[in-house]
Ligand binder design. Structure first.
Ligand code: COA
Length: 168
């Protein structure tokens, strides 16, 4: 039986699409850990600690607080998975074009750590087009992101762009 799984990502910020995968994941795995990668190469808008706080606040909004652990890491994903004792990596596939990237990552991760399995789940159709960068862009121009992200994230986006525009 699959016991512990990691759901990794940059989550800059977490969206309802990611949360949809979490909801499905908790039904399948005995334990699910969200692994937030620092990922400096993506030059995230939010610090890794802000992303962790937003994820925890979002889990509260959907009634999953305490059911999922949220951790950060700055290493190879497989090293983090090993350290946590996870036997699976959970990834969401939204559209067919995600597959190239996901299959490459899953194959490399398997080469690095053959004991790990990658499990793919599909989010609801409602979120097939959603991405964190689209949400950041809509929020940057003052658009309404309430249908894409929980209230806590919407609030943080507003604060972040307000602070950024004041510091310019
Ligand atoms: N709903 C909404 N958006 C989703 C989504 C879903 N269900 N699933 C993916 N996305 C979006 C993300 O929001 C993100 O959007 P953006 O690029 O517009 O911001 C995009 O898909 C990519 O997702 P992300 O979670 O950032 O994945 P990634 O492809 O950048 O990979 C890690 C992130 C953490 C898994 C990867 O960088 C990693 O493993 N890092 C550790 C170092 C390592 O081990 N490297 C070797 C890997 S082989």
């Amino acid at each position: 039986m699959i016991k512990k799984a990691i759901y990794p990502g940059t989550f800059d910020p977490v969206t309802y699409g990611h949360l949809d995968i979490v909801k499905r994941g908790v039904e399948i795995f005995q334990e699910l850990i969200v692994g937030i990668a620092e990922n400096p190469k993506k030059r995230p808008l939010f610090t890794v600690e802000e992303r962790r706080e937003m994820f925890i606040e979002s889990l509260k909004e959907i009634g999953l607080k305490g059911k999922v652990k949220v951790k950060t890491f700055n290493s190879l994903l497989v090293e983090f998975a090993k350290k946590e004792g996870a036997v699976a990596i959970l990834r969401g596939i939204r559209i067919v074009s995600d597959m190239d990237h996901e299959f490459t990552m899953a194959s490399l991760n398997r080469k690095l750590y053959p004991e790990i399995e990658t499990v793919f789940l599909m989010p609801s159709d409602d979120y097939a087009y959603l991405s964190s960068s689209a949400v950041r862009e809509i929020a940057f121009y003052g658009g309404d992101v309430s249908q894409f992200v929980p209230k806590a994230v919407e609030r943080r986006l507003k604060e972040k762009f307000k602070n950024l525009s004041q510091s310019r």
